[in-house]
Design a protein around this ligand. Structure first.
Ligand SMILES: [Zn+2]
Ligand SMILES: [Zn+2]
Length: 415
């Protein structure tokens, strides 16, 4: 059964799998009902309960929060697999990795990923670690949106951001985050006090982009390492995450490189960009063929290059992404990949879910509601220290219209 599910990711069946993504408009009425009903304690709509997977038999589709992740299992969910020019079907790059020990990691936070993350209704108190491959907007464009939204929805501790240096200090992750905090000073000030103080903090962990397979994170049995990638400028990297004998590699954007071939070895799931081939790219953007060839085969990795990498690496599952999978583009990508690689392959699209155990790798689509409720927050979030609320100055408040009187303020909990 699982073999068949993997084959769903082949060219012709890919769009059949895509039909499983539930963006169903008659769920609107259900959401309205749910909003007026008492909230469930487990963040699930009434009628759904979380259950373990028995004997490795998975439902055909993944319904968020309905499956108890096995203690030795990894779940990788694509939150964005497309281009800077987003479509509703494919936003910019991001992956969520969840582990059986309860840890959650975000790899890249490209623009548009937040709605897909929110549609999974995760426990945002655990969404506090982001690893950036490089500072293109299609990889970090939603970072501040993620920071603010997770702070609003349950995160009461600092968010940790890991990323590389650049060729000069102003081109590194630290400078990027500092600039974001300055740019959003007004926003952050309005929320500080109303929301838990610590949740507004960002802790940056900058590491040298040229380091080779060096540990950037180690906690709770999880080890994450980085190595250089070749992409646009100095300061792009790839990551591996190892836990419990499983290895996931997040390639980021890169030309095929010797470090990836060396340090991604032994990956259970190896992801690597698989860009549009030159001709398809030229047609997609309306570029001339020489510009498209340069971008597809010098800045990025065309499908035939991706296939060559994977045919040497031989992961248990090769994951290609960073394209818009229109029927024409998918056919062009598959032709390129299959010219050089005949192993297990997932051309990843948004909200594709990959469950990984030592025995098997199962690829499915998530079914999500168009109108999700925010996930429940924990008591710890409700009780986390908050400084005083901010407000406009007296001269602005003096402009309040006397024709409206707000209701009296209820007592704050605990007062
Ligand atoms: Zn890039
Ligand atoms: Zn990119």
């Amino acid at each position: 059964m699982k073999r068949e599910i993997m084959l769903l990711c082949g060219a012709s069946a890919l769009f059949a799998a895509g039909c499983l993504v539930g963006r169903n408009d008659d769920q609107v009425g259900n959401e309205a009902l749910a909003r007026s009903a008492p909230r469930a304690q487990d963040s699930l709509p009434r009628g759904r309960t979380a259950a373990p997977i028995i004997d490795g038999v998975y439902p055909a589709s993944y319904f968020p929060n309905t499956e108890i992740l096995g203690a030795d299992e990894m779940r990788i969910t694509a939150l964005g697999t497309g281009m800077p020019n987003q479509t509703r079907a494919a936003v910019s790059i991001s992956y969520l990795v969840e582990l059986g020990n309860g840890d959650k990691f975000i790899f890249d936070a490209g623009s548009g990923m937040l709605a897909n993350l929110f549609s999974l209704r995760p426990d945002f108190s655990k969404i506090d670690k982001v690893f950036a491959s490089h500072l293109h907007v299609d990889h970090v464009g939603d970072f501040m949106a993620l920071h603010i939204a997770s702070w609003l929805s349950g995160r009461y501790t600092p968010i940790h951001v890991y990323g590389p240096t650049g060729a000069t200090p102003e081109l590194g992750i630290k400078a990027f985050v500092n600039a974001m905090q300055k740019g959003y000073a007004w926003d952050i000030n309005t929320r500080t006090g109303a929301l838990p103080d610590a949740g507004g903090q960002i802790e940056v962990h900058e590491f040298p982009f040229m380091q080779e397979n060096v540990i950037v994170y180690r906690l709770n049995g999880v080890t994450i390492r980085s190595w250089p990638a070749i992409h646009s400028l100095d300061g792009a990297v790839s990551y591996s995450l190892e836990w419990n004998g499983l290895k996931y590699v997040f390639g980021g954007d890169t030309y095929p490189n010797k470090w990836y071939m060396k340090y991604a070895a032994g990956a259970d799931v190896a992801s690597h960009e698989c860009f549009l081939p030159p001709k398809a790219l030229a047609e997609y953007f309306g570029w001339d063929l020489s510009q498209a060839t340069y971008v597809s085969t010098r800045i990025h990795s065309e499908p035939a290059a991706f296939g060559k990498v994977m045919s040497t690496l031989k992961p248990r599952m090769a994951v290609g992404y960073h394209s818009v999978l229109s029927p024409e583009n998918t056919a062009a990508i598959m032709d390129g990949v299959r010219a050089t690689y005949d192993g297990p392959l997932t051309l990843c699209r948004d909200l594709m879910v990959i469950n990984v155990t030592k025995e098997d790798i199962v690829v499915r689509m998530a079914v999500v509601d168009e109108y999700v409720l925010p996930p429940d927050v924990t008591d710890a979030y409700k009780k986390a220290p908050r400084s005083d609320d901010k407000s406009p100055s007296a001269k602005v408040l003096a402009g309040k219209w006397k024709g409206y009187t707000p209701p009296p303020m209820p007592k704050k909990p605990g007062n």
